[in-house]
Design a protein around this ligand. Sequence first.
Ligand code: ZN
Length: 427
Amino acid sequence: MGQAAKATRENRTITVDFHDDSTYFQLINDGKAFVEFVFAFLLSLGFQLTHKASCSGGGCLTRHSHYVRVRLGGLTIWRMQCASCKAVFTVLPHFVLRYRKMRPEVARDALLATHGGLSLELCAAICHISPMAPYRLVCALGNTVWSRCWSKCHLPLPVYFLADEKHSRCLTDRVYLPTIVSGRVMWHLGYSTSKSAVVFTESYGQFQRVASQEDPSYEVQGVLIDGFDSTTSSMRTLFPGARLGHGLRHALNKLPDKLIGLSAPLRQGLRAKFHTLLHRCRTRTRVRVVALGQRLRRFADHITATVGEDQGERVRSWFQDKKSGWYAVLEDPQMPAMSTVLDQAHNAIDRKLFAMKGFHHPGGSQTAFLTGLAHLYNLIPYQRRALNAGQCGVEVEGGRLPTTDWMLNLQILTAGGCQCAPEPPSH
Ligand SMILES: [Zn+2]
């Protein structure tokens, strides 16, 4: 597997919005004014620089800090060093992409086109770039500490979420993408070539680790899964206190498979009846679990009476296996009951993987690539006819973004040099 993310040196690049190019070229010659501008910008976002853990410099540089001017691809940029911990910060103006020769305007169009599902080849043709360029760009965006993005957006950690794996292919290999979604935000998008419980635990564990680093008291109340053994077991290991529910929509879609040998209209009729049953239980406000238990028994009896003993028996034993997961959904009104948002997220990622099929290669950095796609999923605003038009997933879920421009947000949030400043103490 070539996809393991390399342990890289802490990236301390910061992207600063200088409004227009001429302001930047004016400031670049005046050290004091430059440093002050950078701090004012960080302050306005509510961010501070990511110093080394050992730093006692108070989390900020002063204009006494060391700085050097370096040339990067014909452009002069600044590196500033903390006098206390010696951490070096690279300041990139908004019109330069980290590691890229591409201009942000070109990257903006290319990312939007790929996000919309346009293939890399077509994207390259309309944006006049090499087909490999958007792929590398997505990987570069994904080479970041994901958790820092959440906290920089003040996004609350999900107390309830959906977890499931997308089955995909990397050329001829079968691969799995363990995913955690809560509402419109993708919290984890992993990659594995095995579907064992150990491998899934490792993948979902990456989310669990960073979430508990961010908030040591983080506890998950409920997780909706489809009941696959490896997923169930990995969730039990990682979130022992969480209620594990099985999706009701998934149950509805599975029922016809249990009615072997029946005609399509008969199966459809029973599915509709089952749909009504689940819906009635969900919309009740009290004793929902008891109501579901009773109705499942009556429904199995109804199947026995109408289409035969063996059909009834098969459905009854399926209910027996699955009902605890359905009860879990009904026991807690805040539990998500449907996996719709997760299915939508998977379909969106799948379209991109398909559009990039020649590039999503075994030798690539799948982790970085998928993380990059997840950033796009969370940060590109919905189109104007959509529900939540103009807002991105992070905003829909209550996060705050540094600026009103998604491309600039992407640059600022995926550059690793700053972090959220601690909230001022309240009293
Ligand atoms: Zn420092």
